[in-house]
Design a protein around this ligand. Structure first.
Ligand code: PLP
Length: 471
């Protein structure tokens, strides 16, 4: 054994204790740390011939990157849709790396942990046992996996096995959606269907949800053509939901694949107040849910649920490796998902579900929604801002009342001050700002702080205040 490996092995315990101290100190600062900031240009780094050992590497890391770490997981990071690791999930994640097992098949415990976690999640979301659930790295990969099974289904409607023959042998495949997440286009490109396969249908007025009449019309113009429908189970700008129950009804008359992208909106299911938004989703063919968003487990973690394991097998089977055995006889995740070797990423979720239970997640979801609504009410009353859509769940979508072209300037100033972090968007052509609240750490006090900060920054860039100041 190399001498430095041996030295690290001998002081493994001390190293872990040092890391625990470092982690503890970081987490204690999380509340006050800037949620985002501009990065410098980092100098190039050379791979040394002689290593320095883990303890010195930790010190070097802190020296090089410590001051640039931001509170992505902190209570006032409202950008994108970003949770923050729960205490139990962090413990689980540490254990997952400690045991460093490949989660594939029944021969090792990782598989059984994943199966149990999937079952807990189905209970959390009220999804039927029949769904096969799989951990993947993010909702983009969930969408990819669901749409890959859908592509296989479309092929079968045309008498073709796309997994074997390739996508070139099928007639054009159409993927319909009203307000799909950007990752759907990416998935279509990765699947060889092409981004142009996406047909964007109109929404209902002042909504992001699909106009069902438009869908019925499309079907009338394309009689008998099987297609894929990607339903929004929570859009990123306004958390709007397609009418999934109506889609399920329509599918009884016209065959199509119903994929529900419920990356974070799926958490409506944990609350009796909001679960109606997902009515009908239990009949979907495939469902995407992110875990590194509202489940508040660390990156990278998401779920794909499908009712069609045999189609997944047709796409993802890793044939030709005799040592894996017959996929039909020995269930192995290798044959059902994009990854072959896989991290034990179910473990952080298992820890967090066991630690906080259904009640913990219901409280988390309902309190984030209350906070978003309170923020929304205050933004609607502010002289600086204009709310662009009602706050349906955890996202507040708004713009600057006076001059919406100043949104980038506003966000830059906000970031520089380092108290609250928001990200830009476009809502129905208007430059807009989103605040997404899905973090277990966020409290009512953070909403107060955030609102004061928004008002203060808006005042600094307002022409009105400039006139007042110049007097
Ligand atoms: C975040 C999100 C995705 C993509 O998720 P990643 O985890 O970033 O891959 C897909 N769909 C929706 C609705 C999302 O909110």
């Amino acid at each position: 054994m190399n001498a430095i490996f041996r030295q690290d092995q001998l002081q493994f315990n001390e190293l872990l204790q040092g890391t625990a101290r470092y982690a503890g100190q970081f987490l204690q600062r999380l509340n006050d740390l800037a949620p985002g900031k501009r990065m410098p240009v980092f100098p190039a780094s050379e791979l040394q011939e002689q290593g320095i050992g883990a303890e010195a590497a930790q010190a070097l890391f802190d020296e090089r990157y410590g001051e640039h770490l931001t509170a992505n997981a902190g209570p006032r990071y409202f950008g994108f849709v970003t949770g923050g690791v729960t205490p139990a999930a962090l413990v689980g994640d540490w254990v997952a790396s400690t045991v460093d097992m490949n989660a594939q098949d029944k021969s090792a415990v990782g598989f059984h942990i994943e199966m149990e976690t999937i079952s807990l999640l189905k209970q959390l979301f009220g999804l039927p046992e029949e769904f096969l659930g799989c951990f993947v790295t993010g909702a983009t990969m969930s969408n990819y996996t669901g749409l890959a099974a859908a592509r296989q289904w479309i092929g079968l409607q045309q008498g073709v096995d796309i997994g074997e023959e390739g996508v070139g042998v099928v007639k054009e495949i159409r993927v319909l959606a009203a307000t799909p997440h950007s990752s759907v286009s990416k998935a279509l490109s990765m699947l060889g269907l092409g981004r142009n396969a996406l047909v964007k249908l109109p929404t209902l007025p002042d909504r992001e949800a699909v106009d069902m009449q438009a869908l019925k019309q499309w079907i009338a113009y394309n009689p008998g053509q099987p297609f894929i429908f990607v339903a929004s189970g929570g859009t990123v700008n306004t958390v709007d939901f397609d009418d999934i129950a109506a889609l399920v009804e329509l599918r009884k008359e016209h065959p199509f694949w119903l994929h529900v992208d419920a990356a974070f909106g799926g958490f409506a299911a944990v609350s009796p107040q909001y679960k109606h938004l997902l009515n009908g989703w239990e009949a979907a063919d495939s469902i995407t849910i992110d875990a590194h968003k509202w489940l508040n487990v660390p990156y990278d973690s998401a779920l794909i649920f499908t009712r069609h394991p045999s189609l997944q097998l047709a796409v993802f089977q890793n044939t030709g490796a005799a040592y894996l055995g017959d996929p039909a006889e020995n269930f192995n995740y290798i044959h059902y998902a994009p990854e072959n070797s896989r991290r034990l990423r179910s473990l952080p979720a298992w820890f967090s579900l066991k630690a906080y239970g259904a009640e913990g997640y219901r409280d988390l979801v309902e309190s984030n929604i209350r906070q978003a609504q309170q923020l929304g009410e205050r933004i609607a009353k502010s002289r600086h801002f204009r709310l662009l859509a009602p706050v349906r769940m955890c996202v507040v979508c708004f713009t600057l009342k006076e001059d919406e072209r100043k949104v980038p300037l506003f966000l830059r100033k906000l970031e520089e001050r380092g108290v609250v972090y928001l990200t830009p968007t476009q809502y129905k052509g208007t430059p807009a700002i989103r605040a997404a609240l899905v973090n277990w750490r966020t409290t009512a006090a953070d909403i107060d702080t955030a609102m004061e900060e928004l008002e203060a920054v808006a005042a600094t860039i307002s022409d009105l205040s400039a006139i007042v100041d110049n007097k």
